[in-house]
Design a protein around this ligand. Structure first.
Ligand SMILES: NC(=O)c1ccc[n+]([C@@H]2O[C@H](COP(=O)([O-])OP(=O)(O)OC[C@H]3O[C@@H](n4cnc5c(N)ncnc54)[C@H](O)[C@@H]3O)[C@@H](O)[C@H]2O)c1
Length: 270
C-alpha cells in the first residue's frame, strides 16, 4: 500500500544483491512510496546481473561503485545528482562483508589483513560515503542517511567475529557524522539494528540457523522480517521522522530488551 511518503524524494541505495537483500526490499518499498533513486553495488556484485531486474522494476539507473573507493563514490554522487536532477534526500548503506567470516576463520585466528578489509567495507565505507556527500554538498536539508547494523555491536555472538567490531565502528560513525551533518545542514544519520535475516550476508555467518531460531524464540514479536525493515527505512527517509538522529534503532521484535523468554525456558527444560 502506498501513502506517497517519499514522493519527490531522490535517493541512493547501496547493497541490493538479489531478491533476499534488505536493500532490494527497501528499493521496492521506496519505489512504491514514490521515490526516485539510483542503485549501486560493487562492480563484482554486478556480475550476477540480478540487480538489472530490480532496476527495471523501479525505473532506476545502476551506477557501479566499490564503497571502499573514494574515487568511485565521488563519481557515484556526481552521476546520481545528474541523473536525478538535483541533490539527494536519502541514502541507504546496506553493505557488509567479512573475508574472515567468509573463509571460516574463528575469532582467535583472524587474518589481520582481512580484518582491516572487514572494517573498510562494512564500516569505514559509511564514513567515506558521508565524507563525499558533504564535500560535494550533495544532500538536501532535512535529508536522511541510514545504515544497517546488528546487535553484535553491543553483545557477544562468537561466530560474528570481526563483523561485531565493524558494526560497533559503524554505529559510532553514525553518531559522529550525525552531529556534524545535523549542525551544518539538518541532515539526520541513524543505524537500524536489524534481526537476523535470511540473506546472502546473513546466512554466511556460522551457526546462522541457530541464532536465527534463538532470536525468534526470544523476541515477543518474533524476528523482524526484511520487508518490515524496508518499511522502517522508508519511515526514516520520510518527513515523519525529521528529529530522529544519531540513534542506533533496534528493529528486532523486542529481542534487545529480553533476558530470557518462556519459549527458551521450555526448550532448555526438555
Ligand atoms: N542478514 C542479517 O541477518 C542482517 C542482520 C542485521 C544487519 N544486517 C546488515 O544488513 C546489511 C545488508 O546485508 P544483507 O543481509 O541484505 O545481505 P546482502 O548480502 O544481500 O547484502 C550485502 C551487500 O554488500 C555489498 N557489498 C559488499 N562489498 C561491497 C563493496 N566493497 N562495495 C559496495 N558494496 C559491497 C554486497 O554486494 C551486497 O549487495 C549489511 O550491513 C548487514 O550486515 C544483516
Amino acid at each position: 500500500m502506498s501513502n506517497n511518503l517519499l514522493k519527490g524524494k531522490k535517493g541512493i541505495i547501496f547493497g541490493a544483491l538479489d531478491e533476499k537483500s534488505i536493500a532490494w526490499k527497501v528499493a521496492m518499498r521506496a519505489h512504491e512510496e514514490g521515490a526516485e533513486f539510483v542503485l549501486t553495488n560493487a562492480p563484482i556484485a554486478m556480475r550476477m546481473g540480478e540487480i538489472n531486474k530490480l532496476a527495471e522494476h523501479c525505473n532506476a539507473q545502476i551506477i557501479p561503485a566499490d564503497a571502499t573507493s573514494v574515487e568511485d563514490l565521488e563519481n557515484l554522487f556526481t552521476q546520481a545528482q545528474e541523473i536525478l536532477g538535483g541533490k539527494i534526500d536519502f541514502v541507504l548503506h546496506s553493505i557488509g562483508m567479512s573475508p574472515n567470516i567468509r573463509k571460516g576463520k574463528p575469532y582467535n585466528d583472524l587474518n589481520y589483513e582481512w580484518f582491516l578489509k572487514t572494517l573498510d567495507i562494512s564500516a569505514i565505507s559509511f564514513h567515506k560515503v558521508m565524507h563525499v556527500a558533504e564535500k560535494q554538498d550533495a544532500m538536501n536539508e532535512w535529508s536522511s542517511i541510514v545504515a544497517l547494523s546488528y546487535i553484535a555491536a553491543q553483545r557477544v555472538f562468537p561466530d560474528y567475529t570481526d563483523m561485531s567490531h565493524a558494526k560497533a565502528v559503524l554505529e559510532s560513525i553514525a553518531r559522529n557524522y550525525g552531529y556534524r551533518l545535523g549542525r551544518s545542514k539538518k541532515i539526520r544519520v541513524n543505524t537500524i539494528s536489524q534481526s537476523p535475516t535470511k540473506t546472502t550476508a546473513g546466512t554466511g555467518v556460522g551457526g546462522f540457523d541457530a541464532f536465527f531460531d534463538y532470536a525468534d524464540k526470544m523476541s515477543p514479536l518474533g524476528n523482524a522480517p526484511a520487508d518490515a525493515c524496508a518499511d522502517y527505512c522508508v519511515s526514516l527517509f520520510s518527513d515523519l521522522t525529521r528529529y530522529v538522529t544519531m540513534q542506533n534503532l533496534m528493529h528486532d521484535g523486542g529481542f534487545s530488551s529480553m533476558g530470557i523468554s518462556e519459549d527458551i525456558v521450555e526448550m532448555i527444560s526438555k
